[in-house]
Design a protein. Sequence first.
Length: 330
Amino acid sequence: MAHTLGAMEKSLWHPVALTEAVVHAPLAVQLLEQDLVLWRDLAGQAHAFVDRCPHRGARLSMGRVQADRLECPYHGWQFEGDGHCAQVPAVPDFVPPPAHCVRAFAVQERHGLVWVQLQAAETPLPQFPAEDDARLRKLNCGPYDVAASAPRIIENFLDMSHFGFVHEGWLGSRDATAMERYGVETTPTGVKATNCKVRQPQSNLHSTAAADVHYTYEVTDPYTALLNKLPEEGTSKDGWYESIGLFICPITPESSRVWFRLAVADFETADAQLQAFQHTIFTQDQPVLESQQPKCLPLDPRAELNSAADRMSVAYRRYLKSRGISFGVC
């Protein structure tokens, strides 16, 4: 099946690495079938280039950072943070013209991640409102490399009717699979599901009993989704609630790199314990996600069957179509 990459995907901001993974040494990553190299200058500014030297095509990620320049491993050409070649060692007196450059991309850092935009546009970063809530502690989980399209992974995150089967004994049970009707609405940045309620045996790390958990789900970008999760009073650690952001890097139409951003009121539990709970849940999802056929998400409403429990999934598919997304869908 032929896949296309439209201008819309290039204009979006995409997560490509954890902030702490981008250091002074070059780091190879992939985004939308494009090989990139990330590195930091002495001031700590992150940069993203095409991972190909314009001289003879060697991978720049095999090179090294010399002061504030990225050096090619083949002939030692050095590139400034804006991509311009500053030095050709074999010809020391040569002053490289502007055309001697490697393609550089815009970079931002937010939500504990480095974000890259392949095509310049006035596009905002995906929203995660809990990021600026000082009452909540933030930490990241991942990355997870998944043999599934980014939209398939987002849709799974929005789906509650699989809890009793994929997450039996954790987020759901087979004797309580009926779903109450929930609301779906459009927002300025995507779609939102409200008044979602699920009976869960263990809704979080500190659950002490089964609880009715109230969810709000929101898609704020084609490859980003959020949830707010609040157990009923008296069934969890006092004052506990959380917000989770799902941020996905679409590597190819059928493979993705995934991070979760947790925002929780728990400041005592070790990072590793909180991450382990999220790891358990996602690694229950992963084999099912990787089994789905087709791997890309069908946008034709006749391609797969739906029930009333799938209202958010249907709304998400319509949203992707309205945004002109062509990468990871079919």
